[in-house]
Design a protein around this ligand. Sequence first.
Ligand code: PLI
Length: 460
Amino acid sequence: MFKKHIPWAEPYKIKVVEPLKMTSREDRLKAIHEAGYNTFLLRSEDVYIDFLTDSGTNAMSDAQWAGMMMGDEAYAGSKNFYRLEAAVQKYYGYKHLVPTHQGRGAENLLSQAMIKPGDYVPGNMYFTTTRFHQEKAGATFIDVIIDEAHDTASLHPFKGNIDLQKYEDLINRVGADKIPYICVAATVNMAGGQPISMENIRAVKELSDKHGIKVMLDATRAVENAYFIQQREDGYSDKSVAAILLELSGYSDGATMSGKKDLLVNIGGFVAVNDWDLFEELRNMVVVYEGLHTYGGLAGRDMEAMAIGLEEAVQDQNISARVRQVEYFGKLLEKAEVPFIKPVGGHAIFLDAKQFYPHIDQEQFPAQVLAADLYVESGVRAMERGIVSAGRDIVTGKNHKPKLELVRLTIPRRVYTQAHFDVVAYYVEELYKKRHEAKGLKMVYEPKYLRFFQARFERL
Ligand code: PLI
């Protein structure tokens, strides 16, 4: 265990460096204009510090790079698949593994295998790709997260918890036979990287079992969730993160996984389940969408790096340093009195754009504006997580209007040092000082699917 009063440091040192490019304000004004005020459309070469995402942006260890040389690039039965399968069984406890190229590949397979048109899938807030695949398979997504998750000021330690009453009400309203599974995210990305408690997921599993509903975990950042349980929940402070992770996933029947986050790789994912018949269906489908069931769209070397990454990710000192970097950054912003979601989550700081730019109407995309302005101010890239990301209702075509209008400053694992956080915090504060000057945007191009990735905007 790590005592709060003892200074901490990253449990690694730097062996290879990648130079960063600094640009002028003029360069950045031109770049953001050309990118249609969408940070997803910037060229990475035009970015100074890249806090767009923690997805696939991890720095791998020397052991992982060495493991990549051990890639067994056989079409079928690669030894790296069996190594990954064993690691997933050991740390998550699921019986059967189907690798996929990344998380949304796993979501596609699971949604198609489990959902019938007219079904309902409850979840603790939505994630963009997850909800998309559920809806594409014919389900209606129902948010059953606790109300505190929508309140940026609430200091609830487990804002990712499911509201059991909301869940039970849904079961009573539509019937358990219309609910193939509940999708439980650990941590909850869109709520600010907020964890679910062990007590809550245990209760969710009990209620689900009573009604014959499966519990499917979005395990993308479950190691971070396990760390929060160790730090915040009674009875867990003496347990290892690995032991907590195993107990947590034990309250689910399977999981989809984006290895690009917790598992310290640049590409990879999987779906893992306990039920043999479901596994058979997934294993059958993966050959259509991803590749043979022993590689699922990955090279052997990628599976090896993911297996080694999983072993590294669950080490207490590794995950502690990961989350404490985010906390350090949060403390700097707190000192600057910038509005952001508290408590600080596991992978990112989420600026509260509604409070940052209260004069910009939600229909004029305050979070999109803030992400663009931060880039112009500093070369730092962040991501909109508000009305643009929320998209449109699949039936009515109307904009979803999420309560949370956020800009996510996401921390890649093992990539940046504390000095980078000092720099980013400085620029966020500078921008906050001139917040009254900001002007809204209008959307001039809206893609049909997951619009936030490619939408274009103009200044009002
Ligand atoms: O990006 P993928 O396809 O490997 O994974 C999709 C995905 C599923 N669940 C959760 C909670 C995610 O955060 C997630 C991807 N997140 C991205 C890309 C992010 O920037 O947060």
